[in-house]
Design a protein around this ligand. Sequence first.
Ligand code: PPS
Ligand code: ADP
Length: 198
Amino acid sequence: MTRNIVWHQTSVKKTERQKQLKQKSCVLWFTGLSGSGKSTLANALDHQLFKQGNSSYVLDGDNIRHGLNKDLGFTDADRNENIRRIGEVSKLFVDAGTIVSTAFISPFQKDRDTVRALFEQGEFIEIYVNCSLEECEKRDVKGLYKKARAGEISHFTGISSPYEKPDAPELVIETDNLSVDEAVQTILTYLKEKQILF
Ligand SMILES: Nc1ncnc2c1ncn2[C@@H]1O[C@H](COP(=O)(O)OS(=O)(=O)O)[C@@H](OP(=O)(O)O)[C@H]1O
Ligand SMILES: Nc1ncnc2c1ncn2[C@@H]1O[C@H](COP(=O)(O)OP(=O)(O)O)[C@@H](O)[C@H]1O
């Protein structure tokens, strides 16, 4: 409901913030199965950007579900709402001039496309963290796959809930084959090519 609500123009523009921060802002939208490497890569990249003096921040599924989205579970409808909210929060970060990395499974193409539509051309960078279910299950970082196989967790992505691979991601990172450092370099190169970093 947006009745009786009028948009208030801010006096400092996004472009002015970007100029002060000496970078373009964007969202790096990491998507992939649980255990594929989203958090690891988002954090490694954030660390590198921080060291370089860039303004960067990570929004991570597990953490956001402790606070902002603690009312949401893992039904399709709850995942839709989870991603919708994170899309809106990411937009605020981008408006603030920051490079924001999000680490959410975000299993549905439609939800990712809806978030993409919130942004200007080039601001939404979808990164498919591609790792086989077999390898994710072998890693089983949090023991959740074991529980899902035992029927102790319902709607588990890849087991009892779908994961739709991105149709046309800006980047694909194969964490089966690439080291964390190589992946970070690949993303940094992309950001330089697109003149987000200079
Ligand atoms: N049913 C089920 N399915 C998938 N994942 C589950 C589930 N239950 C709990 N978890 C843990 O929650 C993390 C995924 O949360 P997300 O917010 O990224 O999910 S989603 O984007 O809304 O699909 C996910 O974190 P990651 O492993 O970092 O992806 C899991 O640790
Ligand atoms: N190339 C790689 N990139 C990212 N993670 C990797 C890679 N190789 C192995 N891993 C390991 O895989 C696990 C990925 O876990 P995590 O980052 O929490 O995944 P997700 O956030 O997608 O659930 C970590 O234990 C990490 O050390």
